[in-house]
Design a protein around this ligand. Structure first.
Ligand code: NAD
Ligand code: ZN
Length: 248
């Protein structure tokens, strides 16, 4: 039996599937990942949370990068990989999509918020770090680009940041708890396009496995956790998953 047929069978016989997605599921939508050649890290070093908080210059740099790269994100559309997962959610067999992505493409492909667990937040809007008030990017862009102004919270004057989790920033409690819950109660855990090196997120596949779920890793290149998987497929996500699930 070929790999795709085996994957189709595993998906077909599972009742509570969890997908765990990384930047690799969105490269086919034109958004570069971090660690592939030509990925974001060949261009930018990450800005740590403490530096963002303590340095106005770092906040300037962070917003400059955000607006320099947002064109790619605004143009991106969900791809065949996202659509295949949406179908499994609609069939009621995928209980959750745990994502490290910040691009909002699972929601854009029709998955309700209640089924998407964002471990690293979302870059399509901003929040106040003090009171949590939501701020839209359009307003921030305007005063940043036209008047060189850094955003301050309209409610409390706190520091405003894209709603993402930076290196060195605490993981969001509610999504972490929801992800743990979904992981411990699934019977099939499928990793799609994650290098599985960023912890604590990368701890979820092992947690699923220890609770007795089957583990599948689909990634174009090997990951650190291939050895513990029940099935590993080194291929492109969109074409592979859409064939296994039966969508275009
Ligand atoms: P990563 O860049 O470390 O790993 C991506 C993995 O996907 C790589 O192993 C790569 O070989 C594989 N891959 C890329 N395209 C693929 C494809 N079409 N088919 C199969 N495999 C493919 O990404 P990560 O593990 O998600 O960690 C990076 C962190 O950066 C995440 O925490 C995330 O928050 C953030 N990030 C998000 C986005 C996004 O939202 N789209 C983009 C870049 C980075
Ligand atoms: Zn505020």
């Amino acid at each position: 039996m070929g790999e795709i047929e085996r994957l189709r069978e595993m998906i077909g016989s599972a009742k509570r599937i969890v997908a765990f997605t990384g930047a690799g599921i969105s490269t086919e939508s034109g958004i570069p990942d971090f660690r592939s050649p030509g990925g974001i890290w060949t261009k930018y070093q990450p800005i740590y949370f403490d530096d963002f908080m303590s340095s106005e210059e770092m906040r300037q740099e962070s917003w400059r990068r955000k607006f320099a790269t947002e064109g790619t994100l605004l143009k991106a559309e969900p791809n065949a990989g996202h659509r295949a997962l949406t179908k499994l959610v609609e069939q009621g067999r995928m209980t959750a999509i745990i994502t490290q992505n910040i691009d909002g493409l699972h929601q854009r492909s029709g998955v309700p918020d209640s089924k998407v667990i964002e471990l690293h937040g979302n870059t399509t809007y901003a929040t106040c770090l003090d009171c949590g008030h939501r701020h839209e990017l359009e307003q921030i862009r305007k005063s940043f680009q036209d008047e060189d102004r850094l955003p301050l919270c309209a409610k409390c004057e706190g520091i405003v940041k894209t709603a993402t989790i930076s290196f060195g920033q605490a993981m969001p409690e509610i999504p972490m708890a929801r992800a743990q819950d979904a992981t411990m109660t699934c019977d099939l855990f499928i990793v799609l396009g994650s290098s599985l090196v960023v912890y604590p997120a990368a701890g979820f596949p092992g947690m699923a496995k220890r609770r007795g779920a089957k583990l599948v890793i689909l990634n174009r290149e090997p990951t650190d956790q291939d050895d513990s998987a029940d099935m590993v497929i080194h291929a492109e996500i969109g074409p592979t998953l859409s064939r296994a699930v039966g969508v275009n």
